[in-house]
Design a protein around this ligand. Structure first.
Ligand code: MN
Length: 583
């Protein structure tokens, strides 16, 4: 037992130390966490029959591989202790301090939500959206919690075969719908791909079997081919004084290959990047030089040169890609990048986090790094540029918090996309953020499935849905409450365009409609108004009344039109009473 412990623990220490130096103090913390978790899980087994403790060890090893700090790795070891054993969080805090307890608690909270099917009225979509919401909130609190959850999930996916069939499907679906996209957004492409591939096995077992058999020979053939081309590349680079750090191959992930095949009528001949060269060089200049050298050797396929260095992908990915007519006129893809770009491409924000932290002081570590998600993580790129401007990591972190994460809220679209808005932002800001046309035609909004007034202040995690009316124009009154510059600009310019329009002439009618609240009532009411070719200027719905009085202001003062509309409105199912006045 003792011997086994030593072996596993030394393994972990080695993994950490291959990435960074470890102080004696940190070793003690890790050892304490190791022994504590081992004891807490003693006698517990995984579904596979393995001792339970093998799972937190694997998670901690992954966190070490990502180069993360000691509290995160310790929390990785402890991550299931509070949930699955009799050990309480208080004891963890007493033994390991606030920071580690905070991380363990964060992971435990993320794990609490369980999907129980339609039984208790939760649909799959609602469940996924709720989980995503939790993840985003966790990110805005402390990104390290999410790293632990991702390491946890990766190992659970690797050992999924031991679980019952139905549970496999559920976990795989969750991994491919939440965890893989999240990892991708965080720039952790390697992890995202691994999760996608593991999910693919369970979500599409037949396709998986078919495809893995089909590509096996082709794959070997491709590797042999690239093996022949490799010395030619090396020689040409050497002639130009470029000694790459590494030239290897990367095989296309089976799940992404499958997605691509769907677009190409399942024709494998169309796939050029089944196996691609990957060249790691020393500097950005060498990246471009190497690209030129390869193009001198073999002509490039038109339209296949991609410069993700000058124009990084939205998740921060940087690299040069090209496909050339290589030996025997067969096509081959090359990816060229520096070692830093490579590490970031593999591990994304984790690599960046580790990098920043390795430069950090003790104060910096203790300040508790706080990150949040942005719509597409464009800030990963900005982060990288910024960090160079700060010699003091603490200053860097401070500016980061102030500029990016303070005064921000994160709203979610019904499809689960994250929208980053300033504090106090309203559904109108949200609508304009999605699309100008959505903002212009916005007549109402639902937050977490309840109708809210347009000046409602969005809270982080709110699921916001915008109700629109075709050919509707923005209302000047919105200027009183919108927060984003984009929305303000757009409303003002629309006002100018209709100079004789809604700005000055008091030509509006306010309808007061008493309704029996039901799903879709607002949609039906606004549809009736739309069909009468009357523009809705604003909608106001009070909360929490059985028979709410909806107030709708319309851009018309035409008596005849108004009277006709009142009749139509009264015939809408659920409408109790309609009155109106000019405003
Ligand atoms: Mn776990």
């Amino acid at each position: 037992m003792e011997k086994f412990k030593n072996f596993q623990f030394n393994n972990l220490l080695e993994a950490v130390q291959s990435k960074r130096n470890l102080s004696q103090e940190e070793k003690i913390v890790l050892e304490k966490a190791f022994e504590f978790a081992q004891k807490a899980h003693l006698g517990q087994k995984r579904k596979s029959g393995d001792p339970y403790f093998s799972h937190p060890i694997e998670a901690a090893l992954k966190l070490a591989e990502w180069g993360l700090d000691t509290p995160t790795i310790a929390a990785g070891l402890l991550h299931d202790v509070a949930e699955d054993t009799f050990t309480s969080l208080e004891i963890i805090e007493k033994t390991f301090g606030k920071e580690i307890a905070f991380l363990v608690n964060g992971v435990t909270k993320l794990g609490k939500l369980k999907y129980h099917g339609a039984k208790n009225g939760t649909s799959k979509e609602e469940y996924l959206a709720e989980n995503l919401r939790k993840m985003i909130l966790a990110i805005s609190e402390d990104l390290r919690v999410v790293f632990i959850k991702l390491a946890d999930r990766l190992h659970n996916m690797k050992t999924l075969s031991a679980l019952p069939h139905l549970k496999q499907k559920r976990v795989a679906l969750e991994s491919s719908e939440i965890y893989a996209p999240l990892a991708y957004r965080l720039g952790m492409q390697n992890l995202a791909g691994e999760l996608e591939d593991l999910s693919f096995i369970y979500l599409h077992p037949q396709e998986y079997k078919w495809l893995s058999e089909k590509i096996k020979d082709r794959f070997e053939e491709r590797v042999k081919y690239l093996e022949k081309a490799k010395p030619i590349v090396e020689e040409a680079l050497k002639k130009n004084n470029i000694v790459p750090q590494k030239i290897d191959y990367r095989a296309k992930r089976i799940s992404s290959l499958y997605k691509k095949l769907l677009r190409f009528d399942m024709n494998l001949e169309q796939i050029h990047d089944l196996v691609a060269f990957r060249i790691i060089v020393n500097t950005v200049e060498e990246c471009y030089a190497a690209l030129g050298i390869i193009h001198q050797l073999w002509p490039p396929l038109p339209g296949r040169i991609k410069d993700y260095i000058a124009l990084p992908k939205s998740n921060g990915y940087r690299s040069l890609h090209t496909t050339v007519f290589c030996l025997n006129n067969k096509t081959a893809e090359f990816q060229i990048r520096t070692l830093q770009m490579h590490e970031e491409a593999e591990n994304g924000i984790a690599a960046h986090w580790a990098y920043t932290q390795s430069k950090g002081t003790k104060e910096f570590l203790e300040s508790g790094v706080v990150f949040a998600d942005n719509k597409n993580l464009q800030w990963v790129q900005q982060l990288k540029n910024w960090q160079n401007e700060f010699s003091d990591p603490q200053e860097f972190l401070k500016s980061l918090k102030v500029d990016f994460f303070k005064d921000r809220v994160f709203a979610i679209t019904p499809k689960g996309e994250v929208v980053d808005l300033p504090l106090g932002a309203t559904p109108v800001d949200f609508a304009y953020h999605i699309h100008t046309a959505i903002g212009d035609q916005c007549v109402g909004a639902k937050v977490n499935n309840k109708i809210v007034p347009l000046d409602y202040q969005i809270q982080s995690g709110d699921v916001v849905e915008i109700l629109i009316q075709k050919s509707k124009k923005p209302s000047e009154s919105w200027l009183k409450f919108v927060k984003t510059e984009g929305a303000k600009r757009r409303i003002k310019s629309a006002a100018k365009k209709s100079a004789s329009g809604f700005l000055k002439i008091p030509s509006q009618t306010e309808f007061k409609i008493i309704v029996k609240d039901r799903i879709g009532i607002l949609k039906d009411v606004s549809a009736v108004i739309s069909r009468s070719h009357i523009n809705i200027s604003s909608v106001n719905v009070p909360k929490g009344v059985n028979f709410p009085a909806i107030k709708i202001i319309c851009d018309t003062n035409n008596k005849e039109k108004i009277e006709k509309l009142v009749v139509k409105l009264r015939s809408v199912d659920g409408v109790k009473e309609v009155s109106h006045r000019l405003v």
